[in-house]
Design a binder for this molecule. Structure first.
Ligand code: ATR
Length: 275
């Protein structure tokens, strides 16, 4: 069996082992996938130990995506731009880092939810580890306009500056702003903040939403509920982060094994466990 883990703190409730277990069964790939909880300050040491003991790769979640980016010897172009890595593969010639979050998000919106991103006006709230991976793939999906807002404006400005030439190449109008500067009437709004964990209300004003727009929270379960309930009150169609979780996992599986597993059926099964 080839061993992989989800590395983070905490990871007790992570659904990734169940998802990758199903991918392994479906594809017949000899993959074993477990949790590796890593205490603050121990990321590089513990992942090195896991790799030395024969581990083949890992997923990375809060709060280690930046450390994983730094630890990678090589990065895919989308990971390079994101400054965040959620997938490491321990190749003989050095660790390869990828970021599959944004591709998972785009797949979930366009394929699972059936909402077009081409030509859409999109608001991305949050410039932390979860939000950074989304910028590049949203640009490449052909959105017309992309606004990234964050409580700490400088973080959004840095991320947007890194993506400026990609946006220009795709004809996308890209800007950064403060939460109060979210603009109005967006077609798709993605919450990549952890504001709801802190019990805070919506990070942006309701004028950011166009009636009937899609509002997606990257979180799922109880953590996503208050923000999504607020969005529904203001006329939005809502979606939590479970579909994105499954799709980013499928992308990671492909990065490791060279085959993209089918995600059909998994979302419904997970939904029954989470809600
Ligand atoms: P993650 O990996 O989940 O993105 P993170 O890197 O700690 O975790 O980022 C959390 C995100 O939620 C950030 O965008 C953060 O804003 P800052 O960059 O200003 O810290 C945002 N966030 C957290 N609590 C918030 C709150 N109460 N209101 C608005 N944004 C909040």
């Amino acid at each position: 069996m080839d061993r992989y883990v989800i590395a983070g703190f905490p990871v007790k409730h992570s659904r990734s082992p169940a998802i990758h277990g199903r991918f392994a069964a479906e594809t017949g790939e000899p993959v074993q996938y477990d949790r590796l909880e890593i205490a603050p300050g121990e990321f590089a040491t513990q992942v090195r130990e896991f790799a030395a003991a024969g581990g083949k790769g890992c997923n990375i979640t809060v709060p280690y995506k930046l450390e994983a980016w730094q630890a990678a010897a090589r990065r895919t172009p989308r990971a390079e731009l994101a400054h965040a890595v959620n997938t490491l593969r321990f190749d003989a010639e050095g660790w390869a880092g990828d970021n599959t979050d944004g591709a998972g998000l785009v797949h979930d919106i366009t394929v699972n939810a059936g909402v077009a991103l081409k030509g859409a006006r999109v608001l991305l709230i949050g410039a932390g580890g979860a939000g950074l991976g989304a910028l590049g793939p949203l640009i490449e999906a052909g959105v017309a306009e992309l606004v990234m807002v964050n409580r700490t404006v400088a973080k959004a400005e840095e991320a947007v500056a890194r993506h400026a030439s990609l946006a220009q190449a795709h004809g996308v109008s890209l800007r950064a702003g403060a939460l109060e500067d979210a603009g109005s009437g967006h077609d798709v709004v993605v919450n990549a903040t952890s504001a709801s964990l802190a019990g805070a209300g919506s990070p942006v004003a309701a004028s950011a939403l166009r009636p009937g727009c899609l509002v997606l929270d990257m979180m799922y379960g109880p953590a996503a509920r208050p923000f999504l309930a607020w969005a529904r009150e203001h006329g939005a169609v809502t979606r939590d982060g479970l579909g994105m979780l499954v799709e980013q996992a499928a992308e990671a599986f492909q990065f490791w094994r060279g085959v993209r597993p089918s995600t059909d059926g998994i979302l419904a099964a997970l939904r029954a466990e989470v809600d």
